[in-house]
Design a protein around this ligand. Structure first.
Ligand code: MUC
Ligand code: MG
Length: 367
């Protein structure tokens, strides 16, 4: 069970439709496939989606830090020494997405070695998650049409609407149009990616007070400390901390400081090992949790399903799992299928998915 090699392979797959939101936009999935090899001939896989506008990492930076720092530190470790590996990775500050991909690939390799699904090793609560679809910036009619198509084709009935534009009416008009077109039965929530000030956010939320929103996420920056605390104290829906609360210390700080009342867990930035810590903390604090999407491909989405299905708290709410639908292609041998609004864990050991060698050869950028 010893790690012999860690590969970091850049690949690029275009989006059919770019995703736009207040802190950035994504046109091409320029991700990194991470492969952890062991002395028993097992290979674990995971996907690292760089998000420079959120965590400062780039595709080239993720490859460099894995090849130059992390791989030399971890080669020789046993897959069972997960805490030791986390400690070794923790010697380097930052680089959450690179660290998370190594962690998840090591868990995948462990599952494959033991012949057990990772989701069962993690917790085994259920085998599926309801899917929430994230709607990027567009005109109201186009966003309504996309939501209707998602409901009709995939049975999705929960939607996260990207907001944070100016004037705020650009976004409140979209949310109103969605509620009017989709009716009372769908779940709607909004994510501002820190685009508004606290007072703009308060005005927008007041304007949407009759739209029965489920949550509000990162409407203004957490660094506007008093403004955000004031906003959160005036809202009557849970306020999700996403990019402002990555690790347990952030969650503790934001929640105890009154700047958040719910959290998003994204395995793409905390892997499985740190996501477990965040989950346990959230459970202890009595917080609602949403499994978030870092604009993941299918491998990353399956990692989210594996983690989200493992616990009652993370599987209670719909998880953000459908953005891979906007990609022109993917790497997996068997594409993920959303049916009746759900994604089900793949049977088999590890994460339960395989990379198609021909597709990887086509999309990889290092050959
Ligand atoms: C989200 O929930 O914010 C946008 C940027 C990112 O890192 O994740 C997405 C979705
Ligand atoms: Mg968010």
């Amino acid at each position: 069970m010893k790690i012999t090699r860690i590969e970091a392979i850049p690949f690029a797959i275009p989006y059919r439709k770019p995703l736009k939101f207040a802190s950035g936009e994504v046109h091409v999935a320029e991700h990194v496939l991470v492969r952890v090899h062991t002395d028993e001939g097992v290979t674990g896989i995971a996907e690292a989606p760089p998000r420079p506008f959120t965590y400062g990492e780039t595709q080239a930076g993720i490859i460099a830090v894995i090849e130059k720092l992390f791989a030399p530190q971890l080669v020789g470790s046993s897959l069972l020494e997960r805490e030791t590996m986390v400690a070794l990775l923790g010697r380097t500050v930052g680089n959450p997405v690179a660290k998370a991909a190594i962690d998840m690939a090591a868990w995948d390799a462990l599952g494959r070695t033991l012949g057990l699904p990772v989701t069962e090793l993690l917790g085994g609560y259920t085998d599926r998650m309801r899917v929430s679809h994230m709607l990027g910036f567009d005109e109201p009619a186009a966003m309504v049409a996309e939501a209707e198509r998602m409901r009709e084709t995939y049975g999705i009935t929960t939607f996260k609407v990207k907001v944070g534009r100016r004037p705020v009416e650009l976004d409140t008009a979209v949310v109103r149009a969605l509620r009017e077109a989709l009716g009372a039965d769908v779940e709607l929530y909004v994510d501002g990616n820190r685009g508004w000030t606290a007072s703009e956010a308060a005005r927008a939320m007041k304007e949407m007070a009759d739209l029965d929103l489920l949550f509000a996420e990162e409407l203004c920056p957490a660094d506007d400390v008093l403004g955000r605390r004031w906003l959160v104290s005036h809202l009557d829906v849970p306020f999700i901390a996403d990019e402002s609360a990555v690790v347990p210390a952030d969650v503790t700080r934001e929640v105890l400081g009154g700047s958040a009342t719910a959290i998003s867990i994204k395995v793409a930035r905390t892997g499985f090992t740190h996501s477990q810590r965040v989950h346990h903390l959230a459970e202890g604090l009595g917080l609602e949790v949403v499994m978030g999407n870092q604009i993941d491909g299918q491998l990353g989405s399956m990692c989210t399903v594996a983690f989200g299905s493992a616990y009652r708290l993370t599987s209670r709410r719909a998880g953000e799992l459908s953005n891979f639908l906007d990609m022109a292609d993917d790497l997996l041998t068997e594409p993920l299928e959303i049916r009746d609004g759900e994604l089900v864990v793949r049977p088999g050991s590890g994460i339960g998915v395989e990379v198609d060698a021909d597709k990887l050869a086509h999309y990889r950028q290092d050959t």
